[in-house]
Write a protein that binds this ligand. Structure first.
Ligand code: IDP
Ligand code: MG
Length: 150
């Protein structure tokens, strides 16, 4: 089923110069970038985005981390993209993430794990709504989806 998921390249990803490397993994898999921007997350947006973690001991450091520098947010569309992107990203703790996954290959610390990806269709819808509005999206097909060169 065609669906759209939300991905954020966190400040450590941007500052380590890994934007291209990480996006490339999603692109090569065949996912379509349907919206994308570079921005700084303010405190309020960060707390809305991570509201499920409120009260946990890593919550405050998490807000500080995510607001510490620019991030890249994107909407990725494709067949089963929500589950698939979570697989490509790997387990939350990079020490446990399998080699071949983004976190398994490019990170070490759970508190600096490079990338966020929605974990369900409900969270995808909610998180996309926090960062994108209707006209941020582009509707097109990739070549393998039937796009024809004009
Ligand atoms: P997820 O990003 O794989 O969905 P969540 O459990 O939703 O993982 O946690 C959100 C984010 O909070 C993680 O990506 C990570 O940045 C941070 N985090 C989660 N657990 C810990 C922890 O035990 N220590 C420090 N940071 C954590
Ligand atoms: Mg999560």
């Amino acid at each position: 089923m065609q669906e759209t998921t939300f991905v954020m390249l966190k400040p450590d990803c941007v500052q380590r110069g890994l934007i291209g490397k990480v996006i490339s993994r999603f692109e090569s898999k065949g996912l379509r970038i349907s919206a994308m921007k570079l921005l700084e997350v303010d405190e309020k947006t960060a707390s809305t985005h991570y509201e499920e973690h409120q009260g946990k001991d890593f919550y405050q450091p998490l807000l500080k981390y995510i607001t510490s520098g620019p991030v890249v947010v994107m909407a990725l569309t494709g067949d089963s993209s929500i589950q698939m992107v979570r697989k490509i990203v790997g387990k939350t703790d990079p020490k446990k993430a399998e080699p071949g996954t983004i976190r398994g290959d490019l990170a070490i610390e759970v508190s600096r794990n490079i990338v966020h990806a929605s974990d369900s269709s409900e969270s995808a819808e909610r998180e996309l709504g926090i960062f994108f509005k209707e006209d941020d999206y582009s509707d097109y097909n990739r070549v393998e989806e039937g796009w024809i060169y004009p």
